[in-house]
Design a protein around this ligand. Structure first.
Ligand code: PLP
Length: 360
């Protein structure tokens, strides 16, 4: 028997959040056509199909549920986030669903396209007055002033996802692969921002005893690859990632190295080259992190081929291309940021057409 929350508003709000999850159902799992790879299938789990357009939709829904269940969000709470990214868009989405006010404190250089998306979901934003490192403190202070709730995704996303229960992203992947030639994937590939998604998938694999291994792809400047490789939990680079959503300057509390089999460092130029291939050749309108994932897939598939293995590989599309038309998808923007996809483009093309991989 499930027991409902004693507060009527909270009970109704939690029912509403869970109904929203059920109504949209699982995000699509689509095969990526790579005919040169006989006996190895690659699939993309398209998290951009969530109503708020990214993998953060799941995380933020779970965080709202947890905060409501514990009484930290009530009927008249203003919810505050410290980002101009996908968490803010999803936060505004769920706040509107529950008739709550939402405010995002955004870093000064947040692209206008993202701010428009927060507004479209009914949220309000304000630029941080302090440098980027202080955005969290400012948002926390704003939440305190308003008597609101600070949506602390770096701390809360992991525990919230774990408490939310089924269906997790991994439940969906295994269900969707059931009728496919290799229903238990050899690898699942994801990036890590808060670390919550990789932790959720990794825990699922361990708890169900699946032989599937989990790879995290990690962009330049991120602390996760060195942290994982050196088993150092407080590794920090102090440098921001240039691939939105993934890679962090420090090892966040939600990153769970014990359930990760491999972390693959990916040059940013390679992420852009793979992103362009996804767009131009495969027709997949994904965000930059999906390019990082595809580079990791090439690496893993080449290892499988070398070992004569068959099987399937699943990689995450964490968000949609739309917000990046004037940034990562614009060759001029890429060039002025000193990113050079040139040396990597041939490797991706050759892999896609022949299955051969000579990029390490
Ligand atoms: C765009 C994007 N954002 C975020 C993530 C992961 O987020 P988190 O580690 O916070 O769960 C991914 C994972 O691949 C991603 O592709």
């Amino acid at each position: 028997m499930t027991s409902e929350h004693p507060n009527a508003w909270a009970a109704a709000a939690i029912r509403r959040l869970r109904a929203e999850g059920r109504a949209h159902g699982p995000t699509p799992l689509r095969p990526l056509p790579l005919p040169a790879l006989r006996d190895i299938e690659v699939y993309l789990k398209d998290e951009s199909a969530h109503p708020a357009g990214s993998v953060k939709h799941r995380l933020v829904r779970a965080m709202f549920c947890r905060a409501i269940a514990s009484g930290r969000i009530t009927a008249d709470t203003t919810v505050v986030a410290a980002t101009g990214g996908a968490v803010a868009v999803a936060g505004a989405h769920f706040a509107r669903l529950l008739d709550l006010s939402f405010r995002a404190v955004v870093p000064a250089k947040t692209p206008a396209d993202t701010l428009v998306r927060i507004e479209r979901e009914g949220g309000r934003w304000q630029p941080a007055e302090q440098p980027p490192a202080a955005v969290q403190q400012e948002a926390r202070a704003l939440a305190e002033r308003l008597g609101g709730h600070f949506l602390d995704h770096f701390t809360d996303a992991g525990p919230a996802l774990a408490e939310y229960g089924e269906p997790t992203i991994a439940d969906e992947i295994f269900e969707q692969l059931r009728a496919e030639p290799h229903p238990v994937p050899a690898w699942i590939v994801t990036g890590a921002g808060t670390g919550a998604t990789s932790a959720s998938i990794g825990r699922h694999l361990r708890h169900h005893g699946h032989p599937t291994r989990l790879a995290v792809v990690d962009p330049e400047n991120s602390a996760y690859f060195p942290a994982w490789a050196s088993d150092c939990r407080d590794y920090a680079t102090g440098m921001p990632s240039r691939i939105p959503g993934i890679g962090r300057p420090r090892t966040e509390p939600g990153f769970l190295p014990s359930v990760i089999d491999l972390v693959i460092p990916v040059p940013d130029g390679a992420s852009i080259a793979a992103l362009r291939w996804l767009h131009d050749t495969a027709g997949v309108p994904a965000g930059p992190a999906a390019g990082t994932g595809l580079w990791g897939v090439c690496h893993l598939v080449s290892r499988m081929r070398a070992a004569g293995a068959r099987g399937s590989v699943v990689s995450l599309v964490g968000d949609h291309a739309e917000p990046y038309r004037n940034t990562h998808l614009d060759p001029e923007w890429v060039r002025t940021r000193g990113l050079d996809p040139g040396p990597y483009a041939d490797a991706v093309e050759r892999f896609a057409t022949t299955g051969e991989w000579d990029a390490g």
